[in-house]
Design a binder for this molecule. Structure first.
Ligand code: AMP
Ligand code: ZN
Length: 429
């Protein structure tokens, strides 16, 4: 059961399609001031196979920023109907423009993604992502309508109202940010409802890095199946790569994107199955095509065929962004290593915060960990034992011993949007 026959296209045919679409994309891109310059003199005949994509230059986030706001547009401004922007908290944002045809194709990719993990026309979807410049709101909204589901634009936050809508309208699918899903689960219980009795069956979770342990926790706490969804504004938004019901990696929709995985230092392709930086080329966008975009997201191709029969390659869950790497005492550490460790411990609740601070001249790490109520006892010795246990576990994973601070359930501030996992206080304390 597939949404589109292209999902099972034989690899050779899929690659032929990619070559054709790539050539068209290059020709279209050259109409924008940026790529006209960047690709000046490039001969389309140089592209004979997908592998020839390496002849093209990379595009970085800084390149996009330098073109803010209009430098990447390929058409007159009146041909565009929508604008989104990336969630970057610092510096110039990157603006993304869509024509109506781009929006239609995007909605189709999102609908296809939702279908792959079991959503059907008869489902009711509650979209708990923020509506606004963030693509998770409108992106899921139009995809869901395209699939034919009743779509509730609940937006982020206001847990009480979310629960009421879910119960009143028998919501079967939720789109929710993973870090918020755990908080939401405990709110549902606190409001006196048993998650097992709720009408939902599917949670679409994505937009931020999270571990397999977190997914399992969400599934257990909400009594739901949770599917990983990957996307970014520069590549439309959601609907770039999505899990199917196998839950073993996310299919990248290769009729719409050409994915590559490179060594971020050398820019060369890594060996099959190795982790590196995901590089993506859009091959169906007319308004703002992007060529060899350095996403900064780290992942790997999962070797082999998915049992679901889709031929589009799968990527592993994102282990983090190249920019997320912290270096402490000469050791490279990613926040997801810490999350993986914490979320596998039964005493740990659903939130944590990593703080970097200075002690004298050296950088130190403090990890604040929410502890489940039943483990938050008055006996100091027990708590200290737990603190030590967590520190030891973390040491075995990240090779340094951070200071561990146990805090109460739901005491770390929580936003309904993307979670901030690391606070850098090195210039403040
Ligand atoms: P934005 O364009 O502001 O929505 O941010 C896109 C970024 O969010 C991506 O580059 C990733 O770093 C992150 N992201 C989105 N989806 C996922 C996911 N499923 N797993 C991990 N990170 C994700
Ligand atoms: Zn599959």
């Amino acid at each position: 059961m597939y949404y589109d026959s292209v999902e099972t296209l034989e690899r050779g045919e899929l690659e032929n399609l990619q070559v054709d679409s790539l050539k068209k994309t290059i020709a279209i891109a050259m109409r924008s001031p940026y790529y006209r310059d960047r690709l000046a003199g490039f001969d389309l005949d140089e592209i004979k196979s997908v592998a020839d994509i390496v002849k093209l230059p990379f595009t970085t986030k800084d390149d996009l920023r330098s073109q803010y706001p209009y430098g990447l547009l390929t058409l007159p401004r009146e041909d565009y109907v929508r604008l989104h922007a990336s969630s970057g908290t610092t510096g110039t944002p990157t603006a993304v423009f869509y024509t109506q045809a781009d929006l239609d194709r995007w909605a189709d990719l999102v609908a296809r993604s939702m279908y792959a993990c079991g959503c059907r026309k008869s489902d009711v979807l509650q979209n708990m992502a923020g509506y606004g410049l963030f693509t998770g709101g409108l992106g899921f909204h139009y995809g869901s309508e395209k699939l034919g589901m009743i779509t509730i634009p609940a937006g982020a936050g206001n847990t009480k109202r979310q629960i009421k809508l879910i119960r009143d309208f028998n919501v079967t699918v939720m789109h929710i940010i993973p870090s918020f899903a755990l908080y939401f689960a405990s709110q549902v219980r606190e409001a006196g409802f048993d998650p097992a009795e709720m009408p939902w069956r599917i949670a679409l979770i994505g937009a931020e890095p999270h571990t397999e342990e977190t997914r399992r926790k969400i599934e257990e706490m909400l009594h739901i199946k949770a599917y990983n969804s990957y996307g970014m504004s520069e590549l439309n938004g959601p609907g770039v790569a999505f899990e199917c019901t196998e839950q073993s990696g996310m299919h990248i929709w290769e009729d719409a994107y050409i994915p590559e995985i490179i060594n971020p230092e050398t820019g060369e392709h890594v060996e099959e199955g190795e982790i590196g930086e995901l590089v993506m080329t859009t091959i169906t966008r007319e308004g703002m095509p992007i060529i060899r975009y350095r996403t900064r997201d780290l992942t790997r191709f999962i070797p082999g065929q998915c049992p679901c029969g889709r031929t589009h390659r799968r990527i592993d869950r994102i282990t983090g962004r190249a920019d997320d790497m912290m270096i402490l005492k000469g050791v490279n550490i990613y926040p997801m290593q810490i999350e993986q460790c914490l979320m596998s411990m039964p005493e740990v609740g659903h939130n944590y915060l990593i703080e970097l601070y200075k002690e004298g001249l050296t950088d130190q790490m403090r990890v604040k960990v929410e502890i489940k109520d039943e483990f938050f006892v008055e006996d100091m010795r027990v708590l200290q034992g737990l603190q030590k246990k967590i520190a030891k576990r973390l040491h075995s994973e990240i090779l340094i011993t951070p200071r561990v601070e146990l805090v109460m359930h739901d005491s770390i501030p929580k936003s309904p949007g993307k979670a901030i996992r690391v606070k850098d206080l090195r210039n403040e304390e």
